[in-house]
Design a protein around this ligand. Structure first.
Ligand SMILES: C[S@@+](CC[C@H](N)C(=O)[O-])C[C@H]1O[C@@H](n2cnc3c(N)ncnc32)[C@H](O)[C@@H]1O
Length: 324
């Protein structure tokens, strides 16, 4: 019998290495190893089985995440970044990927049913990890996005579903005249306020408990910023959100959408096509959307001079103006 190509088998089995790393992160073994530890010491610190822990650590050496000398395991440059307390809080953010693993394991059933199955409200720890990951993705990118948008004529910004506050903070830091309202759910705003206070812009970045599905977003804004929100919603919900954003803008204002934007036939870029499935397993009707879809929704909501801005990285920006 002809054997399948090794490369194809490797690809199908790729989950094993991913699962190994996620379990190491979940159990926090890299922190437990510290400056060097035996398997028994790690097992005792992580409250795990000694034999199984040794198997896990040996496999981590095999994939290059740890080194081992005379029965003692040591962190590497790569694993040191995953220790609790390492700069950038990568471990907290990556716990979100460990949570996503559970959702992705239901992909087959989600494809059968056409929607996410078994979704429940996030626990506090899950929300912390989710927002830490959003912050991880946004922190370095936000000033570049704000620069690409440009703040000429912008005083009042509404950041819809603003998450960790990374973008709201970047808007405020880019211009002393800008004031931002960050609208999000209450458990997330608790985290956003921490970041806003730490950044020293609490006088100009206000948090507002709200729901994207509420009747009105207010009025008189120069800019409505919608980052990584459209993919959570179905097309009809997106159209509604854009109509309400149009109403919230003063004439001469604009909406800026940031998201993973698909090519018209929806098979590229790779990240956006895979992210559509991330939304299938996590939401009722979300997906990645194409540039023609964004253009059509923006036009339908009344926006004009619709353009796409390119900023390095996986997400793109769509801009629409409410002309004076
Ligand atoms: C993927 S995150 C994006 C966060 C941020 N805009 C960014 O780009 O980093 C989605 C955000 O939408 C918020 N969100 C989800 N459903 C919401 C709702 N119904 N009303 C308000 N905010 C919501 C989440 O709490 C989360 O902060």
């Amino acid at each position: 019998m002809d054997r399948l190509p090794e490369e194809l088998l490797e690809r199908i089995n790729a989950f094993r290495e991913s699962r190994l790393l996620l379990t190491a992160i979940e159990l926090d073994v890299f922190t437990a190893i510290g400056e060097g530890a035996t398997a028994a010491e790690v097992a005792s610190r992580c409250n795990t089985d000694a034999r199984a822990t040794e198997m896990l650590l040996n496999a981590l050496v095999a994939v290059g995440m740890l080194s081992k000398r005379e029965g003692v395991f040591y962190n590497t440059t790569a694993s040191n970044q995953l220790r609790e307390g390492a700069p950038g809080a990568a471990r907290t953010a990556l716990m979100h990927v460990a949570h996503l693993w559970k959702r992705w394991s239901l992909l087959t059933e989600c494809v059968r049913r056409g929607t996410a199955v078994g979704v429940r409200r996030r626990t506090r720890a899950e929300t912390e990890a989710f927002i830490a990951m959003m912050d991880y993705n946004a922190r370095a990118r936000a000033p570049l996005v704000v620069e690409a948008i440009g703040l000429e004529g912008v005083r009042r910004v509404l950041d819809l579903g603003g998450g960790s506050g990374a973008y709201a903070i970047a808007f405020a830091q880019a211009s002393p005249e800008v004031e931002v309202d960050l609208l999000d759910l209450a458990p997330v705003l608790r985290i956003a306020r921490r970041h806003i206070e730490h950044a020293g812009v609490a006088d100009r970045v206000k948090t507002r408990v709200g729901d994207l599905r509420q009747e009105s977003y207010g009025a008189g804004y120069d800019l409505v910023f919608i980052s990584a929100i459209c993919h959570m919603l179905d097309p009809e919900e997106n159209k509604k959100m854009l109509r309400k954003s149009y109403a919230a803008l003063r004439p001469g204002g604009r909406v800026v959408i940031q998201d993973f934007i698909l090519e018209p036939d929806k098979t590229a870029p790779r990240h956006a096509a895979l992210f559509a499935l991330n939304m299938l397993v996590n939401t009722r009707g979300g997906s990645s959307y194409s540039e023609p879809e964004y253009r059509a929704w923006l036009e339908e909501a009344g926006f004009q001079r619709i353009t796409r801005l390119f900023v390095p990285g996986p997400a793109g920006l769509m801009v629409g103006w409410k002309l004076a």
